[in-house]
Write a protein that binds this ligand. Structure first.
Ligand code: DGP
Length: 124
């Protein structure tokens, strides 16, 4: 598992390597700002990770002009949900930040989950 300190160096970041194409992943979407791929350990029939191409650690690491990152991620979520056929049935978007949320990968990522009826509880 990556530690926040280690993965802050983007050259060592697994998600940066996936974006660069030096580690394999099942890509579902890409544009100038965003890359999206299937989660290696899916928790729903559709489980996609949407990541900014710019290396930022978590939502606390985004400020100022970088706030546009959130716009890019949610715009991509809209497009991917439509592309994968879950826009109508519904989907969940989640950011995990820090220990209590069990963040394990320290490159900001928006989970997009759908394709099944999910429970109402957000805290496992
Ligand atoms: P989080 O707990 O929010 O930090 O979720 C990180 C997610 O990243 C977790 O659901 C598993 C996924 N993941 C970790 N390593 C890889 C990988 O190498 N490839 C892919 N596709 N997903 C990964």
């Amino acid at each position: 598992m990556q530690s926040p300190t280690d993965s802050f160096k983007s050259k060592e970041c697994i998600f940066c390597k996936i974006i660069a194409g030096t580690l394999p992943a099942e890509k579902v979407f890409e544009n100038e700002n965003v890359f999206a791929f299937r989660d290696i350990s899916p928790q729903a029939p559709v489980h996609v990770l949407i990541v900014p191409k710019q290396h930022v650690v978590d939502i606390l690491d985004v400020s100022g002009r970088d706030m546009e990152i959130f716009q890019h991620l949610f715009k991509a979520a809209q497009q991917i949900a439509a592309k994968l056929g879950i826009a109508g049935s519904g989907f969940r978007t989640v950011f995990n930040s820090g220990d209590h949320a069990c963040q394990t990968m320290y490159h900001l990522h928006l989970h997009l989950l759908g394709g099944t009826q999910m429970g109402g509880s957000l805290v496992g």
